[in-house]
Design a protein around this ligand. Structure first.
Ligand code: P71
Length: 460
């Protein structure tokens, strides 16, 4: 059902600036959309993270903030909600997802260890590598092929995972992660059957399984729609079953927690929880607030409950699918099928004249900004390209992600986005490649500066 199951109470004006102003802005930003001031963006699809509209209940919840340093009531509310939804014993709040990753990996990963995942997201990979570990991607073959259709394209390739275990040995693998939905591979879901089989395989080797849970509700809604045997089960039930298969999870509540800031880490193991809490106190805060205000904990507790509303999830996934369908009908190359939180353009096929060393996906993101004031994000060579033994290595996928913030944009906004992309598609041969003029040693895509390899026709 494509009709929003909410109405609008508070309005945030947005403004479209002229094409000339946009060209000026993207040049000043070094062709990096992260460096654009947000008021120069018309439709902001940079991320679905921390960009949700909160509900009236969440805004009211802010007034219930108990800002006690220790033992805030909002923590106990959050703890009970998380325990009930996910079923884990220890709930450790953090101010966002990557801190949960950092705490977990600094506790269990040491130099030379290996952490497999279906596909690591950039912060997950960076946090594994930061402590000297190796982050390996073990998703099924289809996950790396934008054109392959598969209902659970986020699934783990069990044969690949088993090979990794044999090659490196059980002792080298402190845990295995699974990202639901698989963000770097197109926001594609993982099936419950696949999680169950992964757990069985890991049990045989005594390796714990952790879920990267950011988009757990969207993943579980896809399970209800697509996986045999789950149509009549509630999403809440499916979530409980999914997390019963894991030893813990990391969560960025900025996605399916429907909040602007927040996250947590869950584990069942008492000793591990103690170690993590001690580190939390050092870097983030006391374990009953974890870097957040009491009011933020309250909003998170309420958001986690609201996200399980199936009318909301039906609308949410339909809105993303609708944008995907408008683009697909126009012949635009996309990752198939539509993801849970985003539509991904296949930049290699959109701009076949731009070679990978010239960052085709970044060039497409910049061109889309110039075209419609739309800000999307590159998930390609800028984010994941790296040097290995003095040679550049490029990722398989060269994507531009149009992430849809939750409960923020209307169906008409999505029509505008589709029309802008279709206009750009007709003039795609005018887009030029980019080269780096500045890059940071890690997570370079956030701050990189680039320039066009030759003067663009777009700019005229
Ligand atoms: C997303 C983000 C946020 C982001 C990160 C990097 C560049 C642009 C935007 C964050 C995730 C994620 C997964 C699967 C952990 C995190 C970290 N995603 N796992 O997709 O997608 O969470 O941002 O709260 O620290 O735009 P955090």
């Amino acid at each position: 059902m494509l009709t929003e199951p909410f109405k609008i109470k508070v309005v945030e004006p947005i403004r479209s600036i002229s094409r000339e102003e946009r060209i000026q802005a993207i040049r000043e930003a070094g062709f990096n959309v992260f460096r654009l001031p947000a008021d120069k963006v018309f439709i902001d699809l940079l991320t679905d993270s921390g960009t949700s509209a909160m509900s009236q209940a969440q805004w009211a919840g802010l007034m219930l903030g108990d800002e006690s340093y220790a033992g805030s009531q909002n923590f106990f509310h959050l703890q009970s909600v998380v325990r009930e939804i996910f079923g884990f014993k220890h709930v450790i709040p953090t101010h966002q997802g990557r801190v949960a990753e950092h705490l977990l990996f600094s506790t269990v990963v040491t130099a030379g260890k290996v952490v497999p995942n279906n596909i690591h997201f950039d912060t997950t990979r960076a946090n594994v590598e930061h402590v000297g570990g190796r982050a390996l991607d073990c998703a099924i073959r289809e996950a790396f092929d934008p054109d392959a259709d598969h209902p659970f394209k986020g699934n783990m390739d069990l044969a690949k995972l088993e090979r990794v275990i044999h090659e490196h040995g059980r002792e080298a693998i402190p845990l295995v992660m699974m990202t639901v939905t698989n963000n770097s591979g197109g926001g594609q879901p993982v099936s419950l059957a696949n999680i169950r089989e992964t757990r069985q395989l890991l049990d045989r080797h005594g390796i714990p399984l952790f879920l990267d849970a950011c988009r757990f509700a969207e993943n579980c809604f896809f399970i209800k729609e697509r996986e045999p045997g789950y149509r009549d089960r509630s999403v809440r039930d499916i979530v409980r079953e999914m997390f019963s298969l894991a030893h813990g999870c990391t969560m960025s509540a900025k996605k399916d927690g429907l909040v602007n800031i927040g996250g947590f880490l869950c584990v069942n193991d008492d000793a591990l929880a103690d170690q993590i809490k001690n580190l939390l106190i050092l870097v983030e805060g006391f374990p009953t607030y974890g870097g957040l205000a009491g009011r933020d904990l309250e909003a998170m507790a309420i958001g986690l409950t609201e996200v399980l509303d199936e009318d909301y999830l039906r609308f949410r996934t339909a809105q993303v699918r609708n944008l995907w369908e408008m683009l697909d009908q126009a012949g635009i190359p996309l990752v198939r099928p539509a993801g849970g939180h985003a539509v991904y353009l296949n930049a290699r096929r959109f701009l076949p004249h731009i070679p990978q060393p010239q960052f085709p996906a970044q060039a497409l993101a910049a061109a889309l900004y110039i075209e419609g004031g739309i800000r999307a994000v590159e998930i390609g060579s800028l984010m994941f390209g790296r040097m290995e033994n003095g040679r550049p290595v490029y990722p398989d996928l060269e994507l531009v992600r149009l992430a849809i913030p939750r409960r923020v944009y209307t169906t008409q906004h999505m029509r505008y986005v589709a029309d802008s992309i279709i206009d750009l598609w007709r003039r795609r041969d005018q887009v030029r490649g980019l080269r780096l003029t500045y890059e940071a040693p890690v997570l370079r895509h956030f701050t990189a500066r680039l320039e066009e390899v030759e003067p663009s026709v777009m700019a005229r």
